[in-house]
Design a protein around this ligand. Sequence first.
Ligand code: 2HG
Ligand code: ZN
Length: 455
Amino acid sequence: VTPSPLVAALRDAAGEPHVLVDADVRAPYEIDWTRRWSGSAAAVVRPRTAGEVSAVLRACAEHGAAVIPQGGNTGLVGASVPRSQEPRPQVVLSAARMTTIGEIDRATLQMRAEAGVTLGALQAAARSAGLDAAVDFAARDSATVGGIAACDAGGIRAVRHGTARMRVAGLEAVMADGSVVCRMSGLLKDNAGYDLPALLVGSEGTLGVITSVLWQLVPRRDARALALVPVGSVSDAVALLVAVRQHLPSLDACELMTDEGLALVLEHIGTTSPVRRAAAYVLVECAARADPLEALAAALDAAGVTDAAIADDTAGRERLWQLRERHTEAIGAAGIPHKLDVGVPLDRLAAFCDAVQAALTDGARPILFGHLGDGNLHVNVLGHDAAEESIDELVLRLAAQHGGTISAEHGVGVAKARWLHLSRTREEIAVMRAIKSALDPECVLNPGALLQPRT
Ligand code: 2HG
Ligand code: ZN
């Protein structure tokens, strides 16, 4: 068969073997991890270099196609797969072949990585150089640095090291018109005008396609100690955080689970709880050069904790961590969840959780867990029709009413674009739209993600 003019142009841009058109080969690129979001692509293209990405974007512009940038396709807000309602042909631009990791600059502790490098590969490269990538989360072996930067992902160590924004010391991106913007000097002080890398971080693929990132590493702190503490309520969990935080300069992660989530994980992996069952649980992890176990135990003691599971060896820590990290997988095995990733100020977190529990009735099954240290809660709701959006709206409105944000670390994506106004003022959204139309006037890049299409 003769390829369509779009497919022929994509082949010219990236090479024939790297343009996937067969339905069964395209399929995994067309559906998201939750199975809640999917759409059909005219092609999946896997360029190798920024130059090829540029040629792909020019081909798409010329043939009136929309571009869906995709990294590891671990996104949870429907923004990494084609839209179900997009009149134009859609091209998934996969970073899967852009996997080169550069040398580490020993003076600045910065490392260059192409967009398709997984977080796990980045961490391993940092580790083998005696350094640390300073970001971590459960999807580490699939999520890629391009997507992590594009969404300003956070994860379990943001309480100490901040989100991806703090790690991106520079980047290279291809804009909608095919021009390549590169700011890779890595200078910490460089205030010559607008901070374009900062603009692209968190832009969710709507302003440009990130092709490389200059990642800021940190020195390694290898000695770790972890405690899993059962608590009577979310309010007690927050109180525990407040009690230990100022006494633990080595605090590296502080996570929250509720009993509903733990029960699901225990059943999913076929194990029993290492601590007594309670309404909620807090994981507190410390990392330091010297063993932080004593400091952790003393802080817990001072906070009045009498019963906890503690581990300072790798196997023991992994056993405890999997109870938290396997939530997404266990929930996914139980059904297609609604996923709301919200952030709420710590002093209102407990009230927010109570309000969510009280508001979700009619067979909806809320599972709350997340990153206690930074007030980032993952409200997953099972038992509710995947296409029905009233649950999403209810939870997001409650987050806003409690002084929080509708999107903490997963991005707004397609899932939450229509509620952006709950977290951003009309004036802010007008500025965002002005930036979008200046940089991508035809709305080629990731249409419908972050900003709703104008009607
Ligand atoms: C996590 O913290 C991830 O485990 C996924 O951000 C959260 O599945 C989720 O809702
Ligand atoms: Zn998370």
